[in-house]
Design a protein around this ligand. Structure first.
Ligand code: NCD
Length: 312
């Protein structure tokens, strides 16, 4: 039995298989419509979510399976003091696979240790968000045709943004990737990440102004300032509108630069940019369903049969 805690839990070859499967699901959804019939996904979300939870639920439903769960710690027994370890033991009796989001770093890992069903980390505090990374990689692979040889700018809250941490971890395994980290001083990427990049000899630069590096980027990964991880409101208010990507700034970008964003967006991309053909963030959310369908099939070890049926 396998869990997914970090994008590195899969080899590059395994990721390729998941992306190929996601591509097949996109082209032939009918082949997979009953693949998970009789299976149950539990979504245990101790933190708010729209995309991640609903795309997991949509994925399982589109595979013919069913979904149970909670979307708020207050409506679960966590509010009575139950531990994550106890909760997952119970969920293991009710479901075949579990997606868990938790504000504490490492909580899904603690759950995985006690679980008898696969556990997927759907975001743990400011740490990791591996299924967003699968979504990001599939989007890049589908729209750019490759996962190597590009310059990616990551902009915004690089300190608390777990999607950023997971994406960097995953991208270092591909050749020819150059990172440009664009953030205010207070929201720089953590040292453990830059130390890892130095150790591996992977080129990166840290800058404050987006305009300065825009013309060099093949991909721009925008992020929201993570309000819920700040210790005081004042700092958040000071930093929240540090970056606003607008039409004017987009004039500096390459014609085929892609803009990605895990969403939700607050103010960091103005709505006028949505009409720009380089804006890929809504498409990205669609890829999130295909890749989660492929992930569920992979972790449940369900293989589609050649004639379109499925087997466990
Ligand atoms: C992200 C998250 O929860 O980390 N959202 C998502 O899952 N798409 C990004 C964010 O909340 O800023």
């Amino acid at each position: 039995m396998r869990h997914l805690m970090s994008p590195l839990d899969f080899t590059k070859e395994e990721l390729d298989k998941i992306f190929d499967l996601a591509g097949d699901i996109e082209r032939h959804p009918e082949k997979y419509a009953h693949a998970c019939s009789g299976k149950i996904l539990a979504t245990c979300f101790y933190e708010p979510s729209t995309r991640t939870r609903l795309s997991f639920e949509s994925a399982m439903t589109r595979l013919g399976g069913q979904v149970i769960g909670f979307s708020d710690a207050a409506s679960s027994s966590a509010s009575k003091g139950e531990s994550v370890s106890d909760t997952i033991r119970i969920i293991s009796c009710y479901a075949d696979i579990c997606a868990m989001r938790h504000p504490k770093e490492g909580a899904p890992m603690v759950a995985a240790e006690k679980s008898t069903i696969p556990v997927i980390n759907a975001g743990d505090g400011g740490h990791q968000h591996p299924t967003q990374t699968l979504t990001d990689l599939l989007t890049i692979r589908s729209l750019k045709g490759r996962l190597n040889d590009f310059t990616i700018g990551l902009c915004g809250d690089l300190k608390f943004g777990r999607t950023v941490h997971s994406l960097i971890n995953a991208l270092v395994r591909y050749s020819g990737i150059r990172f440009l980290f664009i953030s205010p001083e207070e929201l720089k990427v953590p040292d453990y990440i830059t130390d890892m990049l130095k150790e591996r000899g992977i080129p990166y630069e840290e800058v404050i102004r987006l305009e300065d590096v825009m013309p060099r980027l093949d991909l721009l990964y925008m992020t929201r300032v993570q309000k819920e991880r700040f210790f005081n409101e004042e700092d958040y208010v000071r930093l929240k509108d540090f970056y606003i990507l607008n039409e004017e700034k987009m004039k500096l970008a390459k014609e085929d630069m892609l803009i990605l964003h895990p969403l939700p967006r607050v103010n960091e991309i103005s709505v006028e940019v949505d009409e720009d053909p380089r804006a890929a963030y809504f498409k990205q959310a669609q890829y999130g369903v295909y890749v989660r369908m492929a992930l569920i099939l992979t972790l449940l070890n369900i293989q589609p049969l050649p004639e379109g049926g499925t087997s466990c």
